[in-house]
Design a protein. Structure first.
Length: 309
């Protein structure tokens, strides 16, 4: 018997089955109602989400404190897992065949080439990966070629290319502080948006994309994100106050855009989450939606405000 609202058992896919009516109990039957586990307004297990978030944050902080270049290995691992999650979700939900092998190899080449070769190495690896994705799909014939090849190019741009900017943040002598500033600004934006949106959210920001995201939540993100940006840029990096304000606003905008973009993609292919690796969070890819585009903007602005010596 299928329980109403039960999730599909396929791993990595968050599609929910349509509710079905259960047979009415006969007179004399004892009806037992199972206790409902409390959940957050977002429908996730809040306790598990907080615990997993703390563990992930601890792992990132440990990599930075132990050896700052170890942070690149953390990014490389997250990129590999996220790529597999996206390819699996696309294939199972819509039959889209992403060029997984070129993406995995090229994604690692992009991340690791940022260390010795900087942006030049990243762009070279990116162009070679795009070419490899186009050629990899060619033997499959013309049917759905543009769909599959286009999805592969989207994946290589959205995941490893954006992630390389997080790797480049850690390369300067003050790289640890730059990464911490970036992470705290994103966390501030997400936390303020979640708290204010859950408490006061009434006006949907993009109802056709993410019905639970509200303008009130966005205002909360602006307040907390700008406050976090002001603190980290001035106190950690020695920047001007207006640097912190602009940094906070930019991070809020890109983090929100990244969240909406992934919601749009998931709604298009019909899944709730890209994966199910992290209890209360979905998959690794579901935790990187606001970080990926924000990493690029953080790298650009911090290099402008506080030039690398």
């Amino acid at each position: 018997m299928v329980v109403a609202g039960e999730k599909d058992a396929a791993p990595g896919i968050g599609i929910e089955r349509a509710p079905q009516e259960s047979p009415a109990p006969s007179s004399g039957d004892v009806v037992r109602v199972a206790p409902v586990k409390p959940a957050s307004k977002t429908g996730r297990d809040l306790g598990a989400a907080v615990l997993v978030g703390l563990l992930l944050g601890g792992a990132i902080l440990a990599s930075l404190l132990w050896a700052r270049h170890l942070f690149i290995a953390v990014i490389a691992a997250a990129v590999a897992v996220s790529t597999v999650e996206m390819a699996t979700a696309f294939r199972r939900a819509r039959g889209i065949k992403i060029a997984l092998i070129p993406l995995l190899v090229g994604g690692q080449a992009m991340i690791w080439s940022s260390w010795p070769f900087g942006l030049d190495g990243v762009l070279t690896a990116f162009m070679l990966t795009v070419l490899a994705c186009l050629l990899w799909r060619a033997p499959g014939g013309s049917q759905h070629y543009l769909r599959d090849a286009g999805s592969s190019i989207f994946a290589v741009t959205y995941i490893p290319l954006f992630a390389t900017f997080a790797a480049q943040l850690v390369l300067p002598a003050d790289g640890v502080l730059r990464v911490v500033a970036f992470m705290l600004a994103v966390i501030g934006s997400d936390t303020g948006g979640y708290a204010i949106g859950a408490l006061f959210g009434k006006h949907p920001m993009a109802p056709r994309i993410s019905p639970k995201k509200s303008w009130e939540g966005f205002a909360g993100s602006l307040v907390s994100g700008v406050a976090a940006g002001l603190i980290v840029v001035t106190l950690l990096l020695g920047g001007q106050w207006w640097h912190g304000v602009l940094f906070g606003v930019a991070i809020v905008v890109t983090a929100t855009a990244g969240d909406l973009l992934e919601s749009l993609v998931k709604r298009d292919i019909g899944v709730k989450d890209m994966g199910n690796l992290l209890p209360g969070h979905g998959g690794i890819m579901d935790r990187m939606d606001s970080l990926l585009p924000s990493a690029m903007v953080a790298w650009l602005l911090l290099n402008w405000f506080i030039p690398v010596a």
